[in-house]
Design a protein around this ligand. Structure first.
Ligand SMILES: Cc1cc2nc3c(=O)[nH]c(=O)nc-3n(C[C@H](O)[C@H](O)[C@H](O)COP(=O)(O)OP(=O)(O)OC[C@H]3O[C@@H](n4cnc5c(N)ncnc54)[C@H](O)[C@@H]3O)c2cc1C
Length: 325
């Protein structure tokens, strides 16, 4: 059996940020992920400047190239609010692999199934022993399932369901667009351009109200495509989207339930996406870094002050333009 200081389960932004913080502090870390990197992660790939800054990530250091989104357009009932707030559009397939490699941690391709408490530590699938285990496995995280599920951290009413597709297509519109509450949809449609001829299109909503209304997310996917085709931003055959579910941040009682002894939850495993836009990358990075600091330096691990909404970060972008340009 391999002995390490920390096993991180999941190599998305939360796991990569945590691994980065731990390796910098000299700990022996292994990251286990069921996917082979680079791997596709369904996501709009909008990263706020503040999220990139938390990781000390500069445009010049990023080998894949990112697209600066200069303006966001929020649509509601035919009204349009343009917001000039420069933020970053990346492709998750590139971004996640880059962050993981940059962390300097050992990455092992492995689907985690069982995590047992033994002595003062944890044994993962009978192959790794560590004092600390970090649950960074997203919505399906086995650390959450084993040690945290009974605590009721993720609220059913805050579950998001989404369909999304990122595909090669000429970029005909350089800004980012969100259409809210189209035909009673309890969420929004989005269009997000990427660098080098890719676009990202999706629809995401609260699952419970959608189900109560006996509405179908697929119907909204078709409406979204029709809208983009009518605008002339998309044409030709559009491949099938993928589906994913995750959780927005609850209002009460969150911090006390993200650490149990030597088990920590970070990112989507804890359900930390913002309540207005479902933005989760920033919280994934921030929680990963905080967990690393708490593990290595022995401090508290709390997420109480993580932003619950995205709009303040977008508004700050109005005054603080491209920080590193
Ligand atoms: C359609 C969609 C659009 C989104 N758009 C945005 C956006 O534009 N901006 C934004 O900030 N947020 C967005 N989000 C939210 C964002 O994608 C997540 O909050 C973010 O990915 C969370 O990162 P994470 O590291 O916690 O989890 P993930 O990125 O999900 O990583 C979890 C990792 O754990 C691995 N794993 C899972 N189970 C196991 C196991 N048993 N064993 C080993 N490994 C395992 C997985 O393979 C995966 O690599 C979007 C989400 C969706 C679904």
């Amino acid at each position: 059996m391999r002995r390490v200081d920390v096993v991180v389960v999941g190599g998305g932004p939360a796991g990569a940020a945590c691994a980065t913080g731990l390796v910098r502090r000299g700990l022996d870390v292994v990251v286990l992920d069921r996917a082979r990197f680079p791997r596709v992660k369904l996501c709009g790939g909008l990263v706020t400047q503040e999220a990139a800054a938390a990781l000390g990530l500069h445009e010049a250091d990023y080998p894949h190239g990112w697209l600066w989104i200069d303006r966001f357009h929020f649509h509601w009932r035919g009204l349009r609010l343009p917001l000039p707030s420069p933020q970053i559009s990346i492709r998750r397939v590139e971004f996640d692999a880059f962050l993981l490699q940059r962390s300097g941690a050992e990455l092992v391709h492995h689907r985690v199934q069982t995590i047992e408490r033994q002595g003062g530590g944890y044994v993962v699938d009978g192959q790794w022993r560590a004092d600390v285990v970090v649950g960074a496995g997203g919505t399906a995280c086995p650390v959450y399932r084993t040690f945290f599920r009974e605590l009721g951290l993720r609220e059913k009413g805050l579950q998001i369901t989404a369909l999304e597709l990122e595909f090669a297509h000429e970029v005909r519109e350089r800004d980012c667009h969100f259409w809210f509450f189209e035909e009673g949809f309890p969420g929004y449609y989005w269009y997000i351009p990427k660098a080098a001829g890719w676009v990202n299109v999706g629809v995401g909503a609260l699952a419970e109200p959608l189900k109560r209304a006996q509405d179908s997310i697929w119907r909204h996917w078709q409406r979204c495509l029709a809208k983009l085709q009518a605008l002339g931003w998309l044409d030709g055959e559009v491949p099938q989207p993928g589906g994913h579910t995750y959780y927005l941040m609850g209002l009460m009682g969150r911090p006390a339930r993200v650490r149990r002894d030597g088990a920590y939850l970070v990112g989507d495993a804890a359900g930390l996406a913002t309540r207005d836009l479902g933005e989760g990358i920033r919280a994934a990075i921030e929680s990963g870094l905080r967990a690393a600091a708490a593990i290595a330096d022995g401090g508290d691990y709390q997420l109480d002050d993580l932003p619950r909404t995205s709009w303040p970060a977008l508004l700050r972008g109005l005054v603080r333009r491209r920080w590193w340009a």
